[in-house]
Write a protein that binds this ligand. Structure first.
Ligand code: SF4
Ligand code: SF4
Length: 291
């Protein structure tokens, strides 16, 4: 579907970056199909402008970590017809939510005499805790293909239900590891499911659409696309339980070992995904809004 307005003019879009890493912006810039349909009018990484002008679409990346994030978010969304939360940080806290851990927060706050820096909020928050969001595009970062699918409202885009369906590795019944293999340890066999090799891959409960670049390359899926449609409107614990059931069915790894690894600081990416569901009052995202 074309994003041009009826008068043939290009639609206008902006990218607001809150606390994050700019990975989403780089991924967006790796696609160029949007140039036919949109005029990019604001994106601090590539276009200098003080404020977000009125736009048809506002993409927001990054979590709400500081009072400046909150101010910029509220100001920008007033200028937008449609708001899309892009990336894990805007949706679940992401990398910026690492600062929710007590030890990291203390480190930040230790410099009490620092001046002229934004004031940290008590916790990193997803953007829909502060403003209305029309659509969600999870990923860390979302791939260029996913950016195009949401910006161009493509009816051709097809995503699999879960990452395993896009992975191509075979699950074997008779190969049951007894313990987890640590990240960056050991040899990775091609073609065989990483769980059969003892790696903590959570592609079975993670929504598809990314085309599984991580497990295809031999790295476990860490769930950056968030929960699949079957789990997205449920509690974080349901996602955890689903992962545990997969490991119980395919391995002889003690359940406690899997549970501990899922929550360990070394595998903090998992925690990013759960950060706004686990133990919080955050409402689930309606799946029809999530690409
Ligand atoms: S669990 Fe991981 S490696 Fe195995 S099929 Fe699913 S995505 Fe691929
Ligand atoms: S395979 Fe998993 S971790 Fe990698 S991009 Fe896809 S959802 Fe994210």
């Amino acid at each position: 579907m074309s994003s041009r307005e009826g008068n043939g003019k290009l639609k206008r879009f902006a990218v607001l970056q809150l606390s994050g890493c700019a990975g989403c912006e780089v991924s967006l810039l790796n696609a160029n199909e949007w140039l036919e349909e949109y005029q990019l009018v604001y994106m601090p990484l590539v276009i200098s402008a003080y404020i977000v002008p009125h736009v048809d679409v506002l993409l927001v990346s990054g979590g709400v970590r500081t009072d400046e994030d909150l101010y910029n978010l509220r100001r920008a969304t007033r200028q937008a017809d449609q708001v899309i939360a892009v990336g894990t940080c805007a949706i679940s806290g992401g990398v910026a939510s690492l600062g929710n851990r007590d030890d990291v927060r203390e480190l930040f706050l230790a410099g009490g005499d620092r001046r002229h820096i934004p004031r940290l909020l008590p916790r990193c928050a997803p953007i829909d805790s502060a403003v209305m969001v029309d659509r969600y595009l999870p990923g860390c970062p979302p791939t260029p293909e996913l950016f195009m699918a949401i910006l161009l409202d493509s009816t051709d885009f097809r995503a699999s239900r879960i990452v395993c369906q896009e992975c191509g590795r075979r699950k074997l019944r008779d190969v049951r590891p007894a313990h987890l293999t640590g990240f960056q340890h050991g040899h990775v066999e091609p073609d065989i499911c990483l769980i059969n090799q003892g790696y903590l891959c959570i592609g079975s409960s993670t929504r598809g659409g990314c085309r599984a670049p991580c497990p295809r390359a031999g790295h476990p899926c860490v769930g950056c696309r968030g929960p699949s449609d079957a789990l997205i409107e449920r509690e974080a614990q349901d996602w955890m339980d689903s992962i545990q059931r997969v490991f119980a069915g395919m391995t002889d790894i003690p359940p406690d070992e899997v549970a501990e690894a899922l929550r360990s600081p070394q595998l903090a990416l998992f925690l990013f995904q759960f950060s706004d569901y686990a133990g919080s009052s955050a409402r689930p995202r309606p799946k029809e809004k999530v690409l």
